[in-house]
Design a protein around this ligand. Structure first.
Ligand SMILES: [Zn+2]
Length: 280
């Protein structure tokens, strides 16, 4: 019995002594650049609970959107000062608008009306794929964004991304999910071609190995392009709210494997550069 205990103590000591990728997680502030506070069908948390959750995770800023825009307006009207809210105008009143918004004049009208509130910094997140991004409705929204100094938060494939830029090269696009699985070499080419393009990383595959270690591709992308990425949780359905703590700690784990200044840039600094330095 004693020898068994000794063996297990010895094993435990070996386990603790083993080099288990001992980097500390990044513990600084985070900007969540993909937060939906949807009120349709119903909000999962009330406004106070949302802010509590963010504070608990040291999420100090959010790119906020909602379906309909009522949720974002409620966050703005809370007039709290702990969390920096950067509101974007969403093109959806209900989920049914997702595949049709760019063919629906009433959605464009809603965007114009919403814009009059005066505090919005962007449009989106909207979904668009392939040739649909070349249509008049999509072009109209891109032009509206450029004319009014608004960012564009687009969930799209590469073909649609390039078509969105074709309407006006001055567009500033935050690419939701960074293409999900677009290969690293293609991402580099897109970053070179479109200097304003930013990649938001929710649901993005390939960043880490099964053991949580950054892959070589992504270590390289974060080394060369740490100024082009933003973090996001994409709270599009209730289960994502329930996973919020885990999503943020997942980001903190791989950020901890990067040099501090790069981690800080991806976690918060890039959002500051985009949203604080210009139009108030
Ligand atoms: Zn989303």
């Amino acid at each position: 019995m004693i020898s068994l205990l000794r063996i297990s103590a010895l094993l435990a000591a070996i386990t603790f002594a083993a080099p288990v990728q001992a980097q500390q997680p990044y513990d600084g502030p985070i900007f969540d650049a993909h937060l939906h506070y949807n009120w349709e069908p119903t909000p999962h948390y009330n406004v106070e609970q949302v802010f509590e959750l963010l504070k608990k995770n040291n999420v100090r800023g959010i790119l906020a959107t909602s379906r309909p825009n009522t949720g974002t307006v409620a966050l703005m009207e809370a007039k709290q000062t702990d969390i920096w809210v950067v509101p974007f105008i969403r093109q959806y009143k209900t989920r049914a608008d997702i595949p049709t918004w760019f063919r629906d004049d009433s959605i464009y009208e809603m965007t114009l009306t919403e814009f009059k509130r005066g505090y919005y910094r962007g449009v989106g997140e909207f979904h668009i794929y392939g040739k649909a991004a070349g249509t008049e409705g999509a072009a109209k929204l891109v032009k509206f964004a450029v004319e009014n100094d608004l960012y564009i938060h687009a969930h799209c494939d590469v073909e649609a991304l390039e078509l969105l830029y074709s309407h006006d090269k001055r567009a500033r696009i935050i690419w939701a999910h960074t293409g999900f699985s677009t290969p690293a070499a293609e991402l580099k080419a897109l970053f070179a071609k479109y200097p304003s393009l930013m990649g938001e990383l929710s649901f993005r595959g390939g960043i880490t190995e099964y053991d949580g270690k950054l892959t070589e591709d992504w270590k390289d992308l974060f080394t060369k392009h740490s100024d082009r990425f933003l973090l996001g949780t994409d709270t599009w359905i209730t289960p994502r709210w329930l996973q919020y703590d885990a999503l943020i700690s997942g980001y903190r784990a791989w950020l901890g494997q990067l040099p501090k200044e790069r981690a800080q840039r991806i976690a918060f600094g890039n959002a500051e550069r985009l949203f604080r330095s210009e139009k108030k």
